[in-house]
Design a binder for this molecule. Sequence first.
Ligand SMILES: Nc1ncnc2c1ncn2[C@@H]1O[C@H](COP(=O)(O)OP(=O)(O)OP(=O)(O)O)[C@@H](O)[C@H]1O
Length: 635
Amino acid sequence: MANYNPNSEVSDDETPQIRDYKTSGDIEVPDRIIDQIIGQEEAVETVRKAAKQRRNVLLIGEPGVGKSMLAKGMAELLPPEELQDILVYPNMEDNQNPLIGVMPAGEGKNVVTNYKVKAKGQEERKNMFMIAIISLILVIGFVMQQFLAAIIAAGIVFLALQQMKPRSTVMVPKLLINNNKRNMAPFVDATGAHAGALLGDVRHDPYQSGGLGTPAHERVEAGMIHKANKGVLYVDEIGSMQMKTQQELLTAMQEKKYQITGQSETSSGAMVRSQEVPCDFVLVASGNLHVLEGMHPALRSRIRGYGYEVFMKDSMKDTEENRDKLVQFVAQEVKKDGRIPHFSKEAVAEIIHEAQRRAGKKDSLTLKLRDLGGLVRAAGDIAKGEKADHVTVDHVLNAKKLARTLEQQIADRYIVQKKRYRVFKSEGGEVGKVNGLAIIGDRSGIIMPIAAEAAPAQSKDEGKIIATGKLGEIAREAVQNVSALVKKHTGTDISNYDIHIQFLQSYEGVEGDSASVSVATAVVSALENIPVDQSVALTGSLSIRGDVLPVGGVTGKIEAAAEAGIRKVLIPKSNMEDVLIEERYRDKIEIVPIENLSEVLEHTLSGKGKKSLMDKMQKITDMVPHGILQKPATH
Ligand SMILES: Nc1ncnc2c1ncn2[C@@H]1O[C@H](COP(=O)(O)OP(=O)(O)OP(=O)(O)O)[C@@H](O)[C@H]1O
């Protein structure tokens, strides 16, 4: 693995020497979608196997990691020679039950053409007959010098024949599924489709009686399950599909054929029901883990029993081989976009650097490639706007500033607003108030100020923990965890107090489980009446033993703290290797690794009372060397 230090500026010798190329334009992009999928080797392998055996697949994973790409790739692997055309014929015996014809792809069009020729011939013969009769009447009338009578008689005969003229006996079938000239099995994305679009429908006809209406067979519309016959039917977020529709989907999957009927009960289409229409598709369902909750159990068990379930990766190891794949990814995205210039080698390296940052953990590269593709396009647009020959590092850096996600923009606004209204401070000391850190969305950090107040318990039996809002549960848990520690080591019994916890102006989308260390600090400060240094912000999850456990999104949190003017940030020691903050923040903020609550208090508490509390704790630590409150490390 090349010694690529992401925390330093990209320079020549740090640029991954992955391939001999000048710009991404020199990189070959594979033709097949399946070969373009990066970092999901197991999933690709499974899909290859599933395609061979025509098995259904359930893909579970984060958004934008390549689920729909895999489904498309699978369609490419299915044999196109099996494709069929499907025709709907009128049923002379039962108009409401149109007949279905299936033939190899390409033949359907010829059949319809033959029928049209026949129908046209029949129509022409009928018209000739009518013209002959009318001409005869007119000739006889003229010969008998009865002009008016002849014209009237011709008119009456014309109308009578028109009225009596039987409907053409040759009714042209409708080409329901046309696979003519298709060189790949169909890929049909049925995400969010309603029942009619998915299962087929029969259109309403207001003139259904009296012979004026459109024949039933012409009103039959194929559903996506039929269009996906011999190909792939892809349904993302399958759990949000109505249960009844999922049930019907399962039936179609098992039977491999499904009758088409009008989906609306009040429509005349509901009276029509076609013969069974083939729908021999492979289902590729996808979504995140929550999707399983909304999934019909029988459908899930069908896939489990007769198919494959795949959990997609959201990051890959940071190896030279995998960085190579990201080079290919950049080339692919540029080619797919078709309008932006190619990337210089250094600009590609900057994208790889961003992939490392976005992975949020040590030695990893993100596989949330839809988002990374967004950065590629944004940088490309900037370069194109400047009429540059290729995209440079500066273009990528500018794109990172400009193409901020919604969550990043919300996070920025939060910082500005909270600063303006002084919801948090970045200097001085305050009792019971802590600058916690949280993440919104994927990786955007925000300051989440937490305030605690301790008052003697109102109830005689036991004090209460009063914490409201979405994060209340986390606060209660954190206080419960810390209560044993506090009692044992400071002598203060939390149960004698009512503890109020408030997340100041917290945002609903915040992931809060990493706030427990901050909550505990706020509570200790409030109970002991010792101020907390407001130039410090912290994140970490607290165990009941007082250990600080790792959390997610440390890079985003540290950057948010630096942005907010905080000078020191405490993060779990085990997260240190996940830190990949941008160069511009490096001198602004000190990052301190913490392992236990003692260290947290050592770095956060300030002023009067701190020394005596720490001394008290130190004594106990000396007595219990491997206890919960270990000796604070010196940093
Ligand atoms: N593993 C990957 N390899 C290459 N490109 C990828 C990969 N994952 C995502 N992409 C890029 O991101 C785009 C979106 O990916 P895709 O639609 O397959 O994601 P998804 O997992 O289906 O997401 P969602 O569930 O939100 O639809 C792709 O068109 C491709 O440009």
